[in-house]
Structure formats: structure tokens, C-alpha cells
Write a protein that binds this ligand. Structure first.
Ligand SMILES: Nc1nc2c(c(=O)[nH]1)N[C@H]1C(S)=C(S)[C@@H](COP(=O)(O)O)O[C@H]1N2
Ligand SMILES: [Mo]
Length: 454
């Protein structure tokens, strides 16, 4: 296990979150002085008081004989640092953060090459997924397409079929919006009581970025679309997967769906569909067509392979549910989560993410006793529609086993279900759209495990 970079963060040391095998993590520093300090803090927190400012700021606490990190002047205080970090013209994270990685699940069967990588949700703050850590799902591999050779065609029920170059699209009025993307198969293994070890593998087919692009309705109008009879569009990708999906005009007319070229302030990453990708807020990832090359307007759903054979839900009565595209209200605690270790009792900040394909997150409740009692968490900043929403809540761990859960509610009043409620409607044979409440068991020895409780 790598040692902490001693950043002074008392509650967690993200640089320690994942060791080489990506499972075990360290959660807090175990130094005696700090322990005592935290102890006095949790009495206050338990009484409902605010966390003392010194703890919140992570002030160093003297150790016996003096802290060598204070007494000895480090090299970086004495010498000349490096020149500008040009590298190859693009900055990189600290070497001490190299365990924060996308990972390929050991539990997934691989064919010739890996086709899914999971985002390290346990190591991320706020709501934005750094572009280099965005999850990936490729049905036929990814490409770095030369934008000068890429075209987007608009055809079907339009008066003037049009072909756009990337430059032409970038001249049009643009929007920039934060949205989450979640693969419909996120959390799929948990249907079968598999209990994947970490939140990276249970929920890591989820990311959130600020995307920039042009509303699809603008392009359709430029092509003279029949907005009366045209009810659905087909989106098609340029990669070998022939990824095609039906998107209802209701989402497009509202201006919500857009053709993106930007992601987190720069051009899309190749893995995310450079140079053009469809953004379909609130809808499962598969409809967010990467390498977008065609939009066809029609008057009925297209019933393509990726919506007739795949991405359908087998219900308890044996019927398949089709076009269940919306990602329902869901949340997960990312700290503490599976694979992490609490090294001591005392104060912890429970934190996590909530999101809903129906709009804004209104409230997130957190339980530390397996759902018997709930407290309402603080929502960080103002919740944005169909974007990840960060929540935090104070917790003082008394060293006894605890089951940590979060339950989100969106602005429509939809409440995230328990496994029992979800299975009551959906049965147990589904793959997609598992939005049940996740439980993390904190054991007496501080180890955190994925458990399912009904
Ligand atoms: N052209 C194309 N678009 C695609 C895919 C693909 O394989 N090819 N995969 C889809 C699926 S199933 C998901 S979940 C998301 C994944 O997006 P990401 O790789 O940017 O995370 O892209 C969707 N769009
Ligand atoms: Mo997906």
C-alpha cells in the first residue's frame, strides 16, 4: 500500500484509495495525536454542533517529539522547482494520484478486447468527471477520427437533406450544460446478488461532464424538418458497431438534445465520440451516439437491433419491456464504500452522488442503520437538471457495525426504491435499469463491504 502524501486531509486520503489491485483502500490517518483530536471533535458533531474549524481545515496536530514534516525543511522549500509543465503540451495529475484510474472489471468476461472501463467514483469530488477518467463503453472499439473527414448527415422527413462538417456545426449558436451519462447496464451485476466489491464496479458506468454543442432542433430546422409528422429521429454512429437508436421528437423539440463537440472545456475525447456525439439528457448511455454521422427523421420508432434485441427488460411475467430509456432517480454513497477501510472511530464525512433522468434532485436521505432511521443530507451547490448532484452528511462512527445507505428523491417526487420494491415490479432477471438503494456494511474492523439487504 502506498503511503499518504500527507496533504493534511484528516478525513480521507484519496491518494490511498486504491492499491495496485484496485480493491483495498485507506480511509483515514491513524496517527495517535490526530485520533485524539478527532475524538474531541466527534463529541461536538454528535451533539449536532458544527465541526470545529480546526478539524474542518485539517490543521496539523503535534506528535510526540515533534513532527519531522514540520521540523525538517523539505527540498521543495529550499531549491528551485521545475520549469513550466509543458510535458507534451498537456498537464498531468500528480504522481501520487496514479492509483486513481479507470479500471476494467475482473468480473466481466472479455472477448478479444476490453469494451467497458469503470470510473473511480470513490476518488472523485464534486460532480464533474475528469475527462481522462470518464467511463467507456465501446461496442466495436474506439477511434480517433480525423475531424476534417467526419460528416453529419440530416435526412428522412426533411425538405432539404443536409450534410454538415464539424467546422460548420461549430459556427452555430452553442449551449454548454452539465449532464450525467449512465449506461443502462450500470449496477447490472447486483440484480443477481453478486455484490461487486467497490463502487467503481457497482456504479462506475456513470460520469458527468459539461458538454458544449448545438441543439439538434437547430440542425433539423436548417434541413427543413417536418416538425408536424416527424415524431422520432434515428441517431447513427460512424464506428463499426452501427450504433443506432430512436429518440422521440418531444425531447428534441424541448431543445434538450444536442450535438456536442465539447467536453469539460475542450474538444470531446476520442473515447467519448470525438468529434461529434449526441447528448440525450436523462436517457441511458446507449442513446448518446458517439462519432455521430447521421440523424434521420421518421414518423415511428425505428426498432433497431440495439432497441429490439438489446436494452430491453425481461419482466416477471416473461414479457420484454422495450424503449425503457429513462434513467430513474438513483444515488450511491461513494465514501465510505466497498473496499475502503475506516482506521478509527470518530468523525467522517459521508459523501455521495445522486441523479435523475427526470430532472433535478430534490432531497437525499442517508441511513447508517440499514434503513431504519434516515437523516437528510446537505446538497452541495444547487442541483442541476439531469446532472450528478453531490451530497454530504456528518457521521460519527462508534466502532459498531453500520450499514450505510442513501435514498434520493427527484423534483417529480420519485423516490429511489429498495431492492425489495424494485424486484417486486421488475423481478430478478433484468440486466438494465437497476436503481435500487445501495448498502455498504462497515464492519467492526473498519472494512467496508458491499451487502444487499431486502
Ligand atoms: N457510436 C457509438 N456510440 C455509442 C456506443 C458505441 O459503441 N458506439 N456505446 C453506447 C453505450 S452502450 C454507452 S453506455 C455510451 C458510453 O459512452 P462513453 O464511452 O463515452 O462512456 O455510449 C453509447 N454510444
Ligand atoms: Mo451502455
Amino acid at each position: 500500500m502506498e503511503q499518504s502524501s500527507s496533504s493534511g486531509r484528516l478525513i480521507k486520503a484519496p491518494e490511498n484509495f486504491l492499491n495496485q489491485d484496485g480493491i483495498k483502500t485507506v480511509f483515514a490517518e491513524g496517527k495517535k495525536g490526530r485520533r485524539d483530536f478527532i475524538r474531541s471533535a466527534f463529541a461536538a458533531a454528535a451533539a449536532g454542533a458544527a465541526v470545529p474549524a480546526a478539524l474542518a481545515q485539517g490543521n496539523p496536530v503535534p506528535t510526540e517529539g515533534g513532527d519531522p514534516n514540520i521540523l525538517n525543511l523539505p527540498p521543495w522549500s529550499k531549491g528551485l522547482g521545475q520549469g513550466v509543465a509543458l510535458n507534451d503540451g498537456y498537464g498531468k495529475p500528480s504522481q501520487y494520484e496514479r492509483n486513481v484510474q479507470r479500471r476494467v472489471s475482473p468480473g466481466l468476461t472479455q472477448t478479444t478486447q476490453a469494451s467497458v472501463s469503470f470510473a473511480p467514483l470513490q476518488s472523485l469530488f464534486g460532480i464533474v468527471t475528469p475527462s481522462g477518467l470518464h467511463f467507456e463503453r465501446h461496442h466495436q472499439g474506439w477511434w480517433d477520427i480525423d475531424p476534417s473527414k467526419h460528416r453529419l448527415m440530416i435526412n428522412g422527413m426533411v425538405k432539404n437533406p443536409k450534410v454538415f462538417t464539424v467546422d460548420e456545426i461549430m459556427r452555430l449558436p452553442s449551449v454548454s450544460r452539465f449532464h450525467f451519462i449512465e449506461c443502462g447496464a450500470n449496477t447490472a451485476a447486483e440484480w443477481g446478488n453478486v455484490a461487486t466489491p467497490t463502487v467503481q464496479y457497482t456504479h462506475g458506468m456513470l460520469s458527468c461532464s459539461e458538454f458544449t454543442g448545438v441543439p439538434l432542433i437547430t440542425l433539423l430546422e436548417m434541413a427543413g424538418a417536418d416538425l408536424v409528422n416527424g415524431k422520432f429521429v434515428l441517431g447513427e454512429g460512424a464506428d463499426g458497431s452501427s450504433m443506432t437508436r430512436t429518440i422521440p421528437m418531444s425531447l428534441i423539440k424541448s431543445g434538450e438534445v444536442f450535438v456536442a463537440y465539447g467536453q469539460n472545456g475542450e474538444m470531446l475525447r476520442p473515447e467519448q465520440g470525438y468529434p461529434l456525439r449526441l447528448i440525450v439528457p436523462g436517457v441511458q448511455g446507449v442513446s448518446w451516439i458517439k462519432y455521430l454521422r447521421r440523424i434521420k427523421l421518421g414518423d415511428m420508432p425505428f426498432n433497431t437491433k440495439d432497441e429490439s434485441d438489446h436494452y430491453i427488460d425481461l419482466l416477471p411475467d416473461g414479457q420484454h419491456r422495450q424503449y425503457s430509456s429513462l434513467q430513474e432517480c438513483k444515488s450511491v454513497v461513494t465514501t465510505p464504500s466497498g473496499g475502503q477501510v475506516l482506521l478509527d472511530t470518530g468523525f467522517y464525512n459521508i459523501t455521495g452522488l445522486a441523479w435523475s433522468g427526470r430532472g433535478k434532485i430534490k432531497r437525499v436521505d442517508v441511513s447508517v442503520d440499514g434503513g431504519r432511521n434516515w437523516r437528510t443530507a446537505r446538497i452541495e451547490g444547487s442541483a442541476q437538471s439531469k446532472a450528478l448532484t453531490r451530497f454530504n452528511i456528518d457521521w460519527v462512527w462508534d466502532g459498531k457495525p453500520a450499514i450505510v445507505q442513501s435514498r434520493a428523491m427527484d423534483e417529480t417526487g420519485f423516490v429511489q426504491p429498495t431492492y425489495q420494491q424494485l424486484r417486486g415490479v421488475r423481478g430478478t432477471r433484468s440486466i438494465y435499469h437497476n436503481n435500487a438503494i445501495q448498502s455498504w456494511l462497515v464492519q467492526e474492523n473498519g472494512e467496508v463491504k458491499n451487502v444487499q439487504i431486502s
